[in-house]
Design a protein around this ligand. Structure first.
Ligand code: ADP
Ligand code: ADP
Length: 227
């Protein structure tokens, strides 16, 4: 069953066309990797699907409802209650400890501090981060910070996780480890994952790869092109 879909989505930034009629859908529990050259519209499509950016035309659907025509308060509730986000390395709040960073979505959702921190701490064991709870982001390695960001994206138990280059700036071994953790935790909870990556090594962890070119989604995988 389709959980989320973009239909014929058009987005321009001034005179620059970013999406020229992009289509993409994902089912519950499916992991979809969006690949393609720099500037092809990957991030713009991700942001449109996530209800962060309103398209010029086309439709965004989530769980049977139109997202692009919702008001901002309704979209913001959707993002907070049902979506999770992991963006590139460097997005942790430097003033907060690692556990406070993970707890942040729970605190913003109105949970009490003690309960939020308790839930956040459970992720440190799950993601092999024990002992790092009190560190600030500047005191974490790239791989550790990326796993903390992943925990923050999953802590609310989202139905869908949007990840933009979740392994960016990581060496390949650490990147693969982050993907294994993402896939394992998604599998356990049936979370849909939509991730943007330029690394084929990362995309192999997805159930399905799509390739963007010039603001359009080409659903043929490289293996199938020309066969
Ligand atoms: P990708 O993620 O594949 O690198 P993007 O979605 O970031 O591609 O960008 C698609 C096109 O839109 C590019 O030409 C880019 O320069 C342009 N673009 C993206 N975001 C903005 C923005 N905020 N302002 C102006 N142009 C933008
Ligand atoms: P709840 O409705 O309380 O989130 P769940 O059984 O869905 O109950 O989740 C149990 C625990 O697993 C919670 O602490 C939740 O944060 C965590 N969890 C939620 N989503 C994921 C996920 N995708 N991967 C791993 N753990 C998750």
């Amino acid at each position: 069953m389709t959980l989320i879909a973009a239909k014929d989505v058009v987005v321009s930034f001034g005179s620059t066309p970013a999406l020229r009629g992009a289509d993409l859908s994902a089912s519950r529990g499916e992991i979809v990797a969006i690949m393609g050259p720099s500037g092809s519209g990957k991030s713009t499509l991700l942001h449109s699907l996530a209800g962060i950016l309103a398209p010029d035309s086309g439709e965004i659907w989530f769980d049977g409802r139109r997202v692009d025509t919702m008001g901002e308060p309704e979209r913001s509730t959707l993002r907070r209650e049902r979506f999770g986000f992991v963006f590139q390395f460097g997005q942790l709040v430097p003033e907060l400890t690692a556990e406070e960073n993970v707890a942040l979505p729970l605190l913003l959702g109105g949970q009490r501090r003690a309960a939020a921190l308790r839930q956040a701490r459970a992720w440190f064991e799950r993601l092999d981060l024990e002992g790092l709870e009190q560190r600030r982001s500047g005191e974490l390695s790239g791989g550790q910070a990326q796993r903390v960001a992943l925990a923050r994206g999953l802590v609310c138990g989202p139905e869908i996780l949007f990840a933009d280059e979740p392994t960016g700036a990581l060496d390949s071994l650490t990147g693969e480890r982050v993907m294994e953790l993402l896939v394992a935790s998604a599998r356990e909870h049936g979370t849909t994952v939509i991730l943007v990556t330029h690394e084929p090594r990362v995309a192999v962890y997805a159930d399905r790869e799509v390739i963007m070119r010039d603001g359009l989604v080409n659903t043929l995988t490289p293996d199938r092109i020309g066969s």
